[in-house]
Design a protein around this ligand. Structure first.
Ligand SMILES: *Cc1c(COP(=O)(O)O)cnc(C)c1O
Length: 363
């Protein structure tokens, strides 16, 4: 077996859930576990987060997986159903749905469901992606309220700029001015809103990235919010080369040694989800590549990332031999630092860990 694996810490997930609770002590917590729990493994994460009040996913198949694994909490489809057939399934597995457009309302009005389901009605407050505009929202709520397939309603919105300097004042006011006329529960906050805008924490909060111990705010590390990384992506050194000054390594000979360089070859490449655009945005600490830890010491990647392997600098880690442990990201190397230097966000790197990387839950 290749030595690469993603170790998922149940205690880090639980710690981060408690951080959510500290920020939103009055709110029920809908743990967002879409995209295979942001790459961490749906069922293992849900078990670790069993204290959550609900789980939010994208696809009815994921919702059914959770029910069949025994989870009795609220389960929400964040984009609702895509086709009528899924509506009957949602009803039979007692799965809540988002309703964000007129076609979904029409679907609900047309069918006769086995039993009524809970609907989270989404208002578009400036994202302009999903949701009813504020001026059509009340009418949609009225229609749904009178539909025999609908049990409880939850009023919901999603912020476009919770992590930005402009904040959420305008969309929040837009939402509240309508929601306050209605006697239903409210659900607004994602991770950035939970951490930065306590006034958005209502009956429900919907944390995603913060549960996994990565930061929703670019330029601010998760550690600053007292979050712990849930994933350690680890592998091993599988070969060592010594380059003389002037010799090059890797595809395109992208790296050329300026001094005698001890080069470690790591069993991790872009087919595992490691960003190939490593080293595009060098900084002073890591002039050639991205941060990586070998034998617990920080160093950097070198040269071009290949499909199954990458290079790192072992010149100053002479004790590292073949088999030495490598951390691609986790406790020593924040995933957000790797992401920022590769021109992306931690979300993308975590979700992109590929299915060939085995996931191991650890305490
Ligand atoms: C993904 C998602 C979230 C979670 O967002 P984070 O930034 O990961 O906390 C919350 N609400 C909705 C509607 C989402 O799609």
């Amino acid at each position: 077996m290749r030595p690469i694996k993603a170790q998922i810490s149940a205690s880090a997930l639980q710690h981060n859930l408690n951080v959510v609770k500290q920020h939103a002590p009055e709110s029920k917590i809908m743990a967002v576990v879409k995209a295979n729990a942001y790459g961490h493994g749906l069922i293992g994460v849900a078990r670790a987060l069993n204290a959550a009040d609900g789980f939010a996913v994208l696809d009815i198949a994921e919702a059914i997986d959770l029910r069949e694994a025994g989870f009795a909490q609220t389960i929400l489809l964040l984009e609702g159903v895509f086709h009528e057939a899924d509506l009957q399934l949602a009803a039979s597995f007692a799965v809540d749905i988002v309703v964000h457009n007129e076609a979904q309302v029409a679907m609900l009005l047309r069918q006769r469901l086995l039993r009524p389901i809970n609907v989270h009605v989404k208002m578009d407050t400036g994202m302009h992606r999903l949701g009813f505009s504020p001026d059509t929202y009340l009418a949609a709520v009225q229609q749904l309220k009178s539909c025999q397939n609908v049990r409880d309603l939850v009023l919901m919105t999603h912020f476009a700029t919770a992590d930005q300097p402009q904040g959420v004042a305008l969309p929040l006011q837009q939402f509240k001015s309508i929601a306050r006329q209605l006697p239903y529960a409210q659900s607004l906050a994602n991770s950035a809103a939970i951490l930065l805008h306590p006034d958005t924490c209502a009956d429900w909060v919907r944390p995603g990235i913060m549960l996994y111990g990565a930061s929703p705010v670019s330029g601010v590390l998760a550690q600053h919010f007292n979050l712990k990384p849930a994933m350690r992506l680890t592998s091993e050194i599988i070969a060592i080369q010594t380059l003389a000054a002037g010799e090059s390594a890797g595809y395109g000979n992208r790296f050329t040694a300026t001094r005698q360089t001890r080069l470690g070859i790591v069993a991790c490449g872009y087919a595992d989800g490691y960003p190939r655009h490593a080293g595009q945005y060098p900084n002073e600490a890591y002039p050639f590549g991205l941060p990586i830890a070998v034998n617990g010491s920080l160093t950097q990647t070198l040269g071009r990332v290949s499909m199954d392997m990458l290079f790192c600098d072992l010149t100053d880690i002479p004790a590292a031999q073949i088999g030495a442990p490598v951390e691609l990201w986790g406790d020593l190397v924040p995933v957000d630092t790797v992401a920022e230097m590769a021109g992306t966000v931690g979300y993308e790197l975590l979700c992109a860990v590929s299915s060939r990387v085995p996931i191991a839950m650890v305490a």
